[in-house]
Design a protein around this ligand. Structure first.
Ligand SMILES: *Cc1c(COP(=O)(O)O)cnc(C)c1O
Length: 399
């Protein structure tokens, strides 16, 4: 055994980005709000500004608290480099603007996050980028589209809100074959459950707002992966300015320390709840990659170490039943976020696909009567009892 054994993810989540504290310094990475960093002489200042020596100059470019957050995520994803953004959407859009130009072709699927699909349908076309959105589960159709020419392949798995699963290794290979940059939104899985870079992706994106932060009190986004690509993404972000605020970085960093504990618990509870819901009265469908009934359960089992904390289900009685069910939940915020320590529930119409019209949601195959349920770290017994009484309440009042 060498003494350089790579730590396991639970240890990396706690220590990465903050192990180099010196004697007498605070043990915790401080929240550095200062906009600028001062120098005593021009030589020093110039060499830091030129990147010849480590250091910080101006907060839009880099900041020590933000850098610690980036380093933690970089190590968790096993990436060469990482750059943060003010939000997940800023990270996604920033990656596109940094890497694409008129005449480029993007291949993706219909089930990407609502905001992402709006970028595909409304914004990239304005810049002359051709975007093709394939049926999410039609692997061969996606491969055929990639073979027709693809500069950037954008994948999200599991998807929001119907938890579809893409075969990331197979699609990444198809993308690499034609020289595409392969980008994966890993927000739902988290680095605990899925490592897209090991499956062939060049870049991994997170909405850090969700599981990475875990406490629903800070927005943030991060892109990590290949260092050459990241240099371009960083250059774009430092100039256009969607930089992560140091206070948000501080909160995200603090949240990240418990990522392994939280996600471990959420994986277990979500699987238990999904199994229970499958047999529950008044539930017509349950979407969760950990269920053998999931159409891509075998792919999920191959590429994921846990199936994540989000599931969705449809109620008998559609939207009317959902309207009775949601307010009856005692242990859930009815809110638009997910991945928090508290359970959060909502419908696609108010959460992931609020940007879309009902017609657009229907075209995306997203039923209006679906409940998205992001399992928190509460005791699963209480969550099961809560779901049981809320389902009963939805039924009784429905009669
Ligand atoms: C929330 C979310 C985003 C967008 O992140 P923001 O931080 O809200 O901008 C992108 N992708 C997925 C899968 C998400 O859940």
């Amino acid at each position: 055994m060498t003494d350089h054994v790579r730590p396991r993810p639970g240890t990396t989540a706690v220590w990465a980005g903050e192990e180099e504290r010196r004697a007498g310094e605070p043990t915790q990475v401080p929240m550095v709000g200062s906009v600028s960093f001062g120098y005593r002489d021009l030589e020093d200042w110039t060499s830091v500004a030129r990147g010849e020596r480590p250091g910080h100059i101006y907060g839009r470019n880099t900041n020590p608290t933000v850098a610690a957050f980036e380093e933690k995520v970089r190590q968790l994803e096993g990436a060469g480099a990482a750059t943060s953004f003010a939000t997940g959407m800023a990270a996604i859009a920033g990656t596109f603007w940094a890497l694409l130009e008129p005449g480029r072709r993007v291949v993706s699927t219909r089930d990407t996050y609502g905001g992402t699909s709006v970028v595909f349908t409304d914004h990239l076309p304005r810049w002359g980028v051709d975007t093709v959105l394939c049926e999410t589960e039609a692997t061969e159709e996606i491969e055929a589209e990639i073979a027709r020419g693809c500069d950037l392949l954008y994948l999200e798995s599991p998807t929001n809100p119907t938890l579809k699963v893409l075969d990331l290794a197979r699609l990444a290979e198809a993308g690499r074959r034609v020289g595409a940059t392969v980008v994966v939104d890993n927000t739902f899985a988290t680095p605990m459950n899925q490592s897209p870079l090991a499956l062939g992706a060049h870049l991994v994106i997170h909405s850090a707002t969700k599981f990475l932060g875990g406490h629903a009190d800070a927005l943030g986004g991060v892109v990590c992966g290949d260092a050459d690509l990241l240099r371009r993404v960083f250059r774009f972000r430092e100039i256009t300015g969607a930089s992560l605020h140091p206070e948000a970085a501080y909160l995200l960093l603090r949240g990240l320390k418990t990522l392994a504990l939280r996600v471990g618990r959420q994986n277990e509870s979500a699987l238990r709840i999904a199994r229970w819901l499958e047999g529950a009265e008044g539930v017509t469908a349950v979407h969760y990659p950990g269920l053998p009934s999931h159409p891509a359960h075998d792919v999920a089992t191959r590429q994921m170490r846990g199936f994540g904390g989000v599931l969705s289900f449809a109620l008998e009685g559609g939207m009317a039943a959902v309207r009775r069910f949601l307010p009856a939940l005692r242990w859930a915020h009815l809110a638009a976020n997910l991945g928090a320590v508290e359970t959060v529930a909502g419908t696609p119409a108010t959460t992931s696909h609020v940007e879309c019209t009902p017609e657009e949601r229907a075209a995306l195959g997203i039923p209006e009567g679906l409940v998205r349920y992001s399992v928190g770290i509460e005791d699963p017994e209480d969550l099961l009892a809560d779901l049981e009484q809320a389902l009963a309440a939805a039924r009784v009042r429905g009669e």
